[in-house]
Design a protein around this ligand. Structure first.
Ligand code: FEO
Length: 178
């Protein structure tokens, strides 16, 4: 059974929101890179890749269900922030907003008795718990270390070690995970 048009259109909106998220985090990566905070910049690049994966997972799903992906214009992200914790305040708020969008998609799937979409979307429900928790954790640490450059560089070094999820490339290419 092909995907219902209402569900398809709502997922297409979410693809746009995920690509916007990728764009936002890439903009934040550039901001940190200019300040030579390469760990924060790396963390944001990883986030950029993972958001692209979120978009492509939805993209693949629409295709698998016999629907049609229609891409829309991506809004320009902010390019300047006034503080490090200001950046992560926006990350935390943005992720809370994305959680609401995901919840709305689940509500549409339930309304349509679309169990395949509901089951698929549960991955995003779980992912958002992690996305919000990670953003909140870094924000809390930044608020604690405010003004302490040594602590800032320690956190930056920690964030340097982040690598993207293994599923990023196979999902973008729609290939099995090796
Ligand atoms: Fe795709 Fe950060 O949520």
């Amino acid at each position: 059974m092909s995907i219902d048009k209402e569900m398809q259109d709502a997922i297409n909106e979410q693809i746009n929101a995920e690509i916007y998220s990728a764009y936002l985090y890439l903009s934040m990566s550039s901001w940190f890179e200019e300040k030579n905070l390469v760990g924060f910049s790396n963390w944001m690049r990883c986030q950029y890749l993972e958001e692209t994966m979120h978009a492509m997972k939805l993209y693949n799903f629409v295709n698998e269900r016999g629907g049609r992906v229609v891409l829309k214009p991506i809004a320009g992200p902010e390019t300047e922030w006034d503080s490090f914790d200001g950046v992560f305040t926006q990350v935390a708020e943005h992720e809370a907003f994305v959680t609401k969008l995901i919840n709305k998609l689940v509500a549409i799937a339930r309304k349509l008795d679309d169990y395949a979409s509901e089951s698929f979307l549960m991955w995003y429900v779980d992912e958002q718990v992690e996305e919000e928790a990670t953003a909140d954790e870094i924000l809390t640490r930044l608020r604690m270390i405010k003004g302490d450059n040594n602590a800032l560089y320690t956190l930056d070094t920690e964030l340097k070690s982040r690598i993207p999820a293994l599923a990023v490339l196979p999902t973008i290419l729609d290939q099995p995970i090796a």
